[in-house]
Design a binder for this molecule. Structure first.
Ligand code: G3H
Ligand code: 13P
Ligand code: ZN
Length: 326
């Protein structure tokens, strides 16, 4: 099946209470792991490419890898999406170069500038059959070369969303309700200690999500920064020469809840990096004489595949939904 837009996926996800996984891709093994898991679980999927990924791997290589996945996995609908498009030119290059969805991230700009830039991208994208994600509110953490400090993030203001969507014509909206990018989402001071001695992060602001959804009925909402930072992989990294103290993510049950509401797209990148890095570190520790990259990338690819399978079934709820999303 050729690449598709996310229109039908979001329509069905909204109606049937699940979310589609948007996984960042940077190389062949990551593309293969995600799409094999989705094929086996019959799940629709969004493969997303950041500005950093385009700089690392080259736009053409990434597009061709994703096109290869559509040939290998014809049973599932696949979207190719630009993650955090920084400006009109980057969005245009991706639209012209085969992407079926782009994000224009004007969230750090003043409201009216964000509207103007997003509208410009929407006009060009819609003329070319491509859908657009906009963003209101800023997440803490690092994305590409933008780093937002913990105290400088800001929740989405619900009273801005109707005007933004109406004036820009965006197809989906990313909002800030307390998620953040990277593997260090919360400081220990922000967390409370459970009776079992586990650090519990502050709960997501579901009140903001509900208020936004009231103002935008039937409109797909996107959550960025939604890795859960599995502690098994943090442990694997730390036991094999790594140092990732206090890496904390979003509890999976909160994401599952969001997916049942108006959240139709959930972005996951750091968990993939963590699974890959943990597995490679462990392999290297256990096999110090091995030097063939295929030897350590193979188990890393398997770890990502199993991680994605877990997300599809237990977090997103989009397993078995490929057919209804065509
Ligand atoms: O939100 C950002 C994504 O995790 C992409 O990260 O800019 O390092 O490719 P990157
Ligand atoms: P994580 O860093 O939580 O995986 O978020 C990824 C993301 O939002 C990509 O846009
Ligand atoms: Zn993001």
């Amino acid at each position: 099946m050729a690449l598709v837009t996310s229109k039908k996926m979001f329509e069905m996800a909204y109606k049937n209470g699940y979310a589609v996984g948007a996984f960042n891709v940077n190389n062949m093994e990551i593309v293969q792991a995600i799409t094999e898991a989705c094929r086996e679980e019959k799940a629709p999927v969004i493969l997303q490419v950041s500005k950093g990924a385009r700089a690392y791997a080259n736009h053409t290589y990434l597009v061709k890898l994703v096109e290869a996945a559509t040939l290998e996995c014809p049973e599932i609908p696949i979207v190719l999406h630009l993650d955090h498009g920084p400006d009109f030119e980057t969005c245009k290059a991706c639209i012209d170069g085969g992407f079926t969805s782009v994000m224009i991230d004007g969230s750090s700009k003043p409201f009216l500038e964000n509207i103007a830039e997003t509208k410009k991208v929407v006009e060009y994208a819609h003329d070319h059959g491509v859908v657009v994600e906009g963003e209101l509110g800023t997440l803490a953490g690092i994305e590409d070369d933008v780093c937002v400090e913990f105290g400088k993030s800001s929740y989405t203001q619900p009273d801005e969303v109707e005007e933004f969507v109406l004036k820009t014509g965006v197809d989906s909206l990313a909002i800030a309700i307390g998620t953040s990018h990277g593997a260090y989402k919360f400081t220990p001071e922000q967390c409370t200690l459970s009776p079992e001695g586990i650090l519990l992060p502050p709960p997501l602001r579901f009140d903001i999500l509900e208020e936004v959804s009231k103002r935008l009925p039937n409109f797909p909402i996107v959550l960025h920064g939604s890795s859960s930072v599995p502690q098994d992989y943090v442990k694997m990294v730390n036991e094999n020469g790594g140092k990732m103290p206090n890496a904390i993510g979003i509890p999976e049950h909160e994401l599952r809840h969001a997916a049942k509401l108006s959240v139709c797209k959930i972005n996951i990148d750091s968990d993939i990096r963590l699974a890959m890095t943990g597995t490679v570190r462990k392999y290297m520790s256990e096999n110090p004489s091995h030097f063939d990259p295929r030897q350590y990338l193979k188990p890393a690819r398997t770890s990502i595949k199993e991680l994605v399978r877990h997300k599809l079934i237990n977090v997103l709820g989009c397993n078995g939904k490929a057919d209804e999303c065509r």
